[in-house]
Design a protein around this ligand. Structure first.
Ligand SMILES: [Ca+2]
Ligand SMILES: [Ca+2]
Ligand SMILES: [Ca+2]
Length: 323
């Protein structure tokens, strides 16, 4: 009797441990991606319509790629998923185009269309108007060449095999670094973007443009800025400042963080000398490399930027319960 009880407790402990440390088995990429076992991949139907090039870029920003069906099986399961979630969508852009050479359709990873799913609709591809180089997948499973400059919904794909998990930051992005004292994760982006694009880049990584909430956090951001290999980045961009998550709100007649707080309420409002100085031309926020704040153009100036992410400790468990 005592032995049975002992065994039972061992089994119970084992299953609890499996549950808590089961992360590698948890098939999870992001909240907004759906895992399909048939193809062992994650998919997201983007509802904000974009041009083909912008769609491709958006998927890359999420560390995924613009979906195209590899074979009939993948076309079937993804179309089923699309029809379930977006019953009104007649078609989506897919990761196949003939942008490089007219009439030669290739996938975004360089395969000939003959090597993947290639069920063209009747009379397609017809290159109507001599201006159809991007491929759409219709609800009925057929392909059509269409204008790349049109804006359509699209699907991003991430394979399970390509997924890496950043345990400390609880994100699928390995370049986020955890700061223990602040309890946050940060990424210094070395590809200069304007403020609006930087805002979107952080958002695409399930993070946000960093908000300084204390002198300690300002010091840390100055540190990671100093340590980032900035000099290796050539080309034309604004040096000396990094974008942060605040901007001028005309309706409030003042500066607000992207979460809507005043800078004082957020915990840090140390402007640089004579800043803000740009008036209507500089209504977005940045930090000089020395930590003092600076107003900056929202669109005209490209520079580095920092994304910040809070860690949701219970995320793993809630994913389990959603399954
Ligand atoms: Ca066509
Ligand atoms: Ca912060
Ligand atoms: Ca300024």
């Amino acid at each position: 009797m005592a032995r049975a009880k002992y065994l039972f407790i061992c089994l119970l402990i084992q299953s609890v441990l499996d549950f808590i440390y089961g992360q590698p088995q948890v098939k999870f990429f992001r909240d907004d991606y759906k895992y399909l076992e048939t193809t062992r991949s994650f998919y997201k139907v983007h509802t904000i319509h974009r041009t083909w090039e912008n769609a491709k870029r958006k998927c890359e920003m999420e560390d995924a790629s613009l979906f195209y069906p590899k074979d009939q099986k993948e076309a079937d399961v993804v179309l089923t998923y699309l029809k379930e979630t977006q019953p009104s969508y007649p078609w989506v852009f897919i990761g196949i185009s003939s942008k490089l050479a007219k009439g030669v359709f290739k996938t975004i990873d360089g395969l000939s269309i003959r090597q993947v799913y290639n069920k063209w609709g009747p009379g397609e591809p017809n290159d109507a108007g001599g201006d159809e180089d991007c491929v759409i997948l219709r609800r009925d499973g057929t392909l059509n060449d269409d204008k790349c400059s049109k804006i359509y919904p699209f699907i991003c794909k991430k394979t399970l095999a390509s997924l890496k998990w950043n345990e400390q930051c609880n994100v699928p992005y390995m370049d986020y670094k955890y700061n223990e004292a602040l309890g946050r994760c940060y990424k210094f982006h070395l590809n200069p973007l304007n403020w609006k694009d930087a805002f979107e880049a952080c958002d695409s990584e399930d993070a946000y443009l960093a908000i300084i909430n204390s002198q300690n956090e300002a010091d840390y951001l100055v540190n990671i800025t100093a340590e980032a290999p900035k000099d290796k980045v050539k080309g034309w961009y604004l040096r000396g400042a990094v974008h942060l998550g605040f901007s001028y709100d005309p309706s409030e007649n003042g500066w607000r963080t992207i979460t809507g707080e005043t800078l004082d309420d957020a915990g840090y409002s140390m402007w640089g000398n004579n800043q803000p100085d740009g008036g209507e031309d500089e209504q977005c926020g940045s930090m000089f490399y020395n930590g003092f704040l600076n107003d900056i153009s929202c669109e005209a100036q490209r520079c580095f930027f920092i994304c910040e992410r809070e860690i949701e400790l219970l995320n793993n468990l809630s994913q389990e319960s959603r399954k």
